[in-house]
Design a binder for this molecule. Structure first.
Ligand SMILES: C[C@@H](O)[C@H](N)C(=O)O
Ligand SMILES: C[C@@H](O)[C@H](N)C(=O)O
Lengths: 160, 160
């Protein structure tokens, strides 16, 4: 049943954008991502955590080329819906571990988080699927994160 | 280049749990998910959005059977790290659309969000991967969400 992490990837072409304290009511997510889609912005991650007191935050990632357009749209939608504000940062990277059967292997994500912790790398955003755990971190930490993750999951041996 | 949504799924065996205002420093995500892994809790979604003023929220989902143990762990870790609090809800379901090439099809997630909006279904949590968009919603909305999504993405025709 051992989880097989088959690969580690790092995407440096990332801008993270967040809308804070959006009203937690139907139609808000649609409004934001429809506006982005109409400008042909390719959105990679969409992350929305647990609501609090009728408000929530919505964050997402786009490429660096799309930063200006996406941030402009985020600001426009934020104003229209009465969100508290918008933040963005294009000095980030998305590091991911990929493998099969993660849902039945609770330790895998914890191990990735441990590797980043031991490198004193702060995790800014987290998103998972059955086959992938992705963390947004400072772009300057990307390369050493990849090396350490390869090692931690035994993938460096394949390259000898 | 048309995105093909090939399936719609709804998982009713879901409990959502969140830790609010955890310190945004290395080691926090590791501490939480290591504690869960040590109790063999299978975590499905892990969602962490954009940080704010040195704090962040971390939410995740587990099965209904694991609710009590996972909530106890969340409370224990929340106290240990000085988080503001914990919330949980097991009256939720996770509805997902699955398909290929979503990253290059910005309108797909927006369309899913639109379908839910038109049904007046509130989206509690969102997580995406290249092949999947998942929304946590009230469990009572699960079935009609699935029917509407099948229809919106043309999947109902296959069943005639
Ligand atoms: C916050 C946002 O996701 C809102 N709940 C919606 O349904 O669109
Ligand atoms: C909030 C949490 O993800 C923290 N930034 C960590 O790196 O563990």
């Amino acid at each position: 049943k051992a989880m097989v992490v088959s690969g580690v990837a790092c995407d440096h072409n990332v801008t993270k954008i967040a809308l804070f304290d959006v009203p937690d009511k139907p139609g808000i997510a649609y409004q934001l991502f429809d506006a982005l889609a109409k400008e042909n912005i390719n959105v990679d991650m969409i992350i929305q955590s647990h609501e609090q007191e009728n408000r929530n935050d919505i964050s997402f990632t786009v490429t660096r080329d799309d930063k200006d357009t996406a941030v402009a749209i985020a600001n426009k939608v934020a104003d229209a819906i009465g969100a508290r504000g918008v933040a963005y940062d294009d000095t980030v990277a998305k590091v991911s571990i990929v493998g099969a059967g993660m849902k039945t292997n609770p330790g895998v994500a914890a191990k990735m988080f441990e590797v980043l912790y031991r490198l004193n790398i702060n995790i800014q955003m987290i998103s998972t699927s059955e086959i992938k755990v992705s963390c947004v971190i400072d772009e300057q930490d990307g390369n050493r994160a990849v090396v350490a993750l390869h090692e931690a999951f035994g993938l460096d041996k394949l390259e000898q």
